[in-house]
Design a protein around this ligand. Sequence first.
Ligand SMILES: Nc1ncnc2c1ncn2[C@@H]1O[C@H](COP(=O)(O)OP(=O)(O)O)[C@@H](O)[C@H]1O
Ligand SMILES: [Mg+2]
Length: 269
Amino acid sequence: MLLRVVLFGGKGGVGKSTLACATALKLAKEGKTLLISIDPAHSLSGILQTQIGKHLSQIKENLFAIELLAEDLVENYANKVLSALGEMLPSLKSGLEEYAKHLKHSPTALETAVLDRLADYFNEDFLFVVIDSAPTGQMLRLFQTLKTVRGWFSFLEKLAKEREKVETFMGREDRVLKLMKMRREKVERLANILMEKGIIFAVANEDPLSIDEAVELERQLLGFKVYRVMNKYKSEGRDFLKVKHLEKPYGIEKLSLLNIEDLLRVIEV
Ligand SMILES: Nc1ncnc2c1ncn2[C@@H]1O[C@H](COP(=O)(O)OP(=O)(O)O)[C@@H](O)[C@H]1O
Ligand SMILES: [Mg+2]
């Protein structure tokens, strides 16, 4: 059963990916772990010095990794939505193809597709899922999209309920409601997992701008467990979890030397 979902957010270059890799390596000692990069500018392969691609691969005992490819993800998600709708509403087939083009290019298509994929992974048999996220703005957009999609499916389900009444009255079977209910439940489950099992590390370094972003993440993600992390820590006296500077933390062996005890204490279940 899934125990924890650990997300790393913060300004570009603060060490999100490095800490995500180091954390996943440690958690894999406890049980089956997935390390997943949702940042379109992937860097897991370079940091771990192991080839990681768009398909799930095992990189160590109990450790699996993937770098989601944005284009494929959006394409697959749009096709999935369309085939489900097309099957149910064959009369709309040609209209749906037109809709597909818009869906793929809609402003939050990537975030929606990422959320859908995460929900699938949360249903697999991983104990830990570690997410290496894109910089602050994009991460906030992901959470905003979660809120939007929740509202959207809740509304669509209501609409489908009205439609079902008419269909039933006409003596026809209606499968749209079932689909909408399933979609809504999936997104609700995802939101609950993120709230109950999610830990968000808002990573910063000594750069004051990165500290501002970490504080902003914490402020905007109310209701989620957000912890500030000071990476490449040098000075004393800040209210942050701390990770010290380590010379070139690349490759599995070097990463294992990174002291992330502060983070593991928070993750501990
Ligand atoms: N604790 C650390 N000690 C030394 N170097 C680090 C540490 N954390 C990150 N780095 C280095 O900082 C750079 C940016 O790290 P990265 O994890 O790619 O940041 P992000 O994912 O936030 O963009 C990399 O060169 C990485 O090796
Ligand atoms: Mg990164």
